[in-house]
Design a protein around this ligand. Sequence first.
Ligand SMILES: Nc1ncnc2c1ncn2[C@@H]1O[C@H](COP(=O)(O)OP(=O)(O)O)[C@@H](O)[C@H]1O
Ligand SMILES: [Mg+2]
Length: 237
Amino acid sequence: MARVIAFVNQKGGVGKTTNTVNLAAIAGEVLGGAAAGESSVLVVSTDPQASTIWWADRVAEEELPFDYLQCDDKPEELARLKKLDQYEFVFVDSPGSIEDKHILSATLDATDEVVVPLPPAAMAYAPTRRTIETVLEPRNMPYRILIGDWDPRDGRVDLEQTQDYVDGKEWPRLNTVIRHYKIHERAAAEGQVCTQYPKGRIGLEAREDFFRLALELGIGGRPLPKQKRKSPVKGKV
Ligand SMILES: Nc1ncnc2c1ncn2[C@@H]1O[C@H](COP(=O)(O)OP(=O)(O)O)[C@@H](O)[C@H]1O
Ligand SMILES: [Mg+2]
């Protein structure tokens, strides 16, 4: 069964789509099988706004290292999709509004763990708290906060305040912070995912955050493949 990781926050604009697409790109590239229909990574959008699909549709098929699918009208499909042999990981982009309660609840039924994106902005605190306290904690859903869209040029004050807020609530938090880069913002319109960024400093730094995230989430780390037994050595040593 595939491991299903959903990006959830009932507030829109916190980075669910950006993080889903870029983490899936890293996972898909590293885990291989990038040929269309053979990827080991699937992205599912249960967000009726389908931004993930709009984005993925714009990327050249041969350069997109994951499969993707919109299923907001039938979020229960997720339970079936995770059983497909082909996929090791399913990343889910979920709705960013409190109206889509049924979709979110059906999404979580088939989800193994949740990443809650949170930008370092006080305005996002209350909706994030509502998502955690009314949706995730009552279901005993394993979750971790991911602080992202932090612009280092703004200094560390907002970042540290947000980390303190999260730690004060005793919400589990990922150490990785996704930095704000213009290149991420433009990527959807450009039809790019982070594995396609130019290899200059900015492109590599922007992508690095998603490698860190993948490492922290334990993506990869397959067991060693079974070694072929060598035939016993015959004759003299
Ligand atoms: N790390 C980042 N760097 C730059 N822009 C970002 C970053 N994360 C999100 N954004 C921008 O913030 C806006 C909202 O992000 P999005 O992923 O669409 O959020 P959501 O899916 O939660 O609504 C988008 O314009 C996106 O490009
Ligand atoms: Mg979105």
